[in-house]
Write a protein that binds this ligand. Structure first.
Ligand SMILES: [Zn+2]
Length: 173
C-alpha cells in the first residue's frame, strides 16, 4: 500500500466528471487499498479517487466515530444514489482537498446508495447521519462538485483564495 498525495483545490481534476470503472481488477483493489490508507493517514472520514488524481468512480469512507468501535472501511465503486429522503439535514463539512475550511451544507438526511464492491457484486444500503453526509460529499467529488459549491459565491471565493495562498506557500517550501 502507498500513501498518495492529495490534490488541493483549486485543481482542474477536482472539477471533472469521473469515468465509470468497467471491471473490478487487482489494480482497482490496489487503488482502493491506497485510498483507504491515505484517508486514515490524513486523517479523514472519506476520500474520492479524483482527490488523488485518479479520474475513476471510486470512493472510500469510514464514519465510525467511536474510537472503541471496530473500524468499518468501505469501498464503493460506481456508486449511485437510488433514493433520497425529503427530510434534510445540515452538517458542518470539511474536505481533505480544502484543508482547515469548514462550512454548513444542507443535504438529504438519508440516502439509499447502490455500488459495486471489490468482489464485483452489487450492494445497496441506506445511510443516515454522518454516513449520509459523507457518501453524498464523496459522490459529488466523482461529479466534479465540491462542498464549497453549495456556499454563497463570496464565501466560496474567500476559501478558494486561501487555498491558492496555501498552494503557493507549499510550492515555495
Ligand atoms: Zn471532499
Amino acid at each position: 500500500m502507498t500513501l498518495r498525495p492529495i490534490l488541493i483545490h483549486p485543481d482542474p481534476r477536482l472539477k471533472k466528471v469521473c469515468d465509470p470503472v468497467p471491471e473490478i481488477t487487482d489494480a482497482v483493489r490496489a487503488l482502493a487499498a491506497d485510498m483507504l490508507e491515505t484517508m486514515y493517514d490524513a486523517p479523514g472520514v472519506g476520500l474520492a479517487a479524483p482527490q488523488i488524481g485518479v479520474m475513476s468512480r471510486i470512493l472510500v469512507m469510514d464514519c465510525v466515530k467511536d474510537p472503541e468501535a471496530p473500524p468499518r472501511p468501505m469501498v464503493l465503486v460506481n456508486p449511485e444514489v437510488t433514493w433520497a429522503s425529503e427530510a434534510r439535514n445540515i452538517h458542518e463539512e470539511g474536505c481533505l482537498s480544502i484543508p482547515d475550511q469548514y462550512a454548513e451544507v444542507e443535504r438529504p438526511a438519508e440516502v439509499r446508495v447502490r455500488w459495486l464492491d471489490l468482489d464485483g457484486a452489487w450492494q445497496e444500503e441506506t445511510f443516515d447521519g454522518l454516513w449520509a453526509t459523507c457518501v453524498q460529499h464523496e459522490i459529488d467529488h466523482l461529479n466534479g462538485r465540491l462542498f464549497i459549491d453549495y456556499l454563497k459565491p463570496l464565501k466560496r471565493q474567500m476559501i478558494t483564495r486561501k487555498m491558492e495562498k496555501l498552494k503557493r506557500e507549499r510550492a515555495r517550501a
